[in-house]
Ligand binder design. Structure first.
Ligand code: SF4
Length: 134
């Protein structure tokens, strides 16, 4: 068994080869603070029903392959080893698109600066970013 497969099996996240072949792999990025009160239910519902920002995939096979959060206010993603590891993992998982939750914006609709930096890093790694989930 290959090293990576062993590691993923140990971590309980071994992908099922073949199953994901023609699927568009999608991830969601949300606010860590919002996580204190948010179950993610609306995001998951919108994804499963292909509504709201997921409507664009109506005629495509999609897989929600990752759901991650920032590492909190005041932590610069550029120097945060944990964020860098998450970005690396998304690439290894061949995530094509990351949807960024509305919880990452302030009341005026401005995106959090930390999230904006993560978005820029995603895009520099060739991963598309879509504003919004539900
Ligand atoms: S850095 Fe932004 S997205 Fe992350 S917890 Fe703080 S406000 Fe939320």
């Amino acid at each position: 068994m290959a090293q990576q497969e062993r590691t993923e099996k140990k971590n309980g996240c071994l992908a099922q080869p073949g199953k994901e072949k023609d699927m568009k792999k999608i991830a969601m990025l949300n606010c860590l603070k919002a996580n204190e009160i948010c179950t993610g239910a609306s995001c998951f519902r919108a994804f499963l029903r292909k509504e709201k920002s997921f409507e664009r995939y109506r005629n495509e096979e999609t897989e929600l392959a990752a759901f991650f959060r920032c590492n909190g206010c005041g932590r610069d993603p550029l120097t945060d080893a944990g964020i860098q590891e998450k970005l690396q993992r998304l690439q290894e998982e061949h995530i094509e698109v990351v949807h960024v939750g509305v919880c990452t914006k302030d009341r005026a609709g401005k995106r959090c600066e930390t999230i904006q930096k993560i978005v820029e890093q995603l895009e520099s790694r060739g991963i598309s970013v879509v504003d919004g989930t539900h």
